[in-house]
Design a protein around this ligand. Structure first.
Ligand SMILES: Nc1nc2c(ncn2[C@@H]2O[C@H](COP(=O)(O)OP(=O)(O)OP(=O)(O)O)[C@@H](O)[C@H]2O)c(=O)[nH]1
Ligand SMILES: [Mg+2]
Length: 189
């Protein structure tokens, strides 16, 4: 019986292996509106601090990280745009989730969206970089406070299964995100 199964399943397994190993290196950039996603694309593409209007449709970029070129898709973070996020999950090899850690009023909302992503079974093997942005702001939460407020302790500890990392940063003052981006690129090599 198992012989028959192998005979049928073998070619499909090969096809699946090929399909997943040849997935393009595309990073999806998500997070609530006003978190700093598009500002990050300015840093990563031209190392410039840009001011952009709220993102109303997906914007694709090519980014050079060392010797590696990655595709970066910037999705809007407002409520209607969040419905699109899931449609992009399958074609993404990793995810950057940007959080404004100075905006304490929105931690509940951001926690809801982030845990939805982290608890999605289809995403259990996808590397996820969480950027705790805007640490230059006076009331920005620390690393430890951010972990607690987002409720992500267990995802960061589970190193055997999950590839989740939190980096505190300020995209405006150009600090803290570089290590995270390099970590994300390493996960795909
Ligand atoms: N103080 C501070 N402000 C920042 C930082 N990063 C981004 N901002 C500001 O946050 C605001 C929103 O930034 P965007 O990059 O447009 O936010 P977004 O996540 O793309 O928002 P949507 O496109 O609406 O989803 C802008 O005024 C940025 O200048 C930071 O590190 N520190
Ligand atoms: Mg934007």
């Amino acid at each position: 019986m198992s012989f028959l199964w192998n005979w049928f399943a073998g070619p499909f397994q090969d096809l699946l292996t090929y399909w997943f190993s040849s997935k393009p290196s595309t990073v999806l950039l998500i997070g609530l509106d006003h978190a700093g996603k598009t500002t990050l694309t300015g840093r990563l593409t031209n190392n410039r601090l840009i001011q952009a209007p709220p993102t109303s449709q997906p914007i694709h970029h090519q980014v050079q990280v060392g010797k590696v070129t990655i595709g970066l898709t910037d999705l809007g973070g407002h409520i209607q745009a969040r419905r699109l996020w899931k449609d992009y999950y399958f074609s993404s090899s990793s995810i950057i989730f940007v959080v404004d850690v100075s905006d304490h009023k929105r931690f509940k909302e951001v926690r809801y969206e982030l845990l939805n992503l982290l608890d999605d079974d289809d995403m259990s093997q996808v590397p996820i970089l969480i950027l705790g942005n805007k640490i230059d702001c006076p009331h920005a939460s620390s690393y430890t406070e951010t972990v607690q407020l987002l409720g992500i302790e267990r995802y960061l500890c589970d190193e055997s299964n999950r590839k989740v990392k939190l980096c505190m940063c300020s995209i405006a003052t150009d600090e803290g995100y570089g290590d995270g981006i390099r970590w994300l690129v390493r996960q795909q090599q």
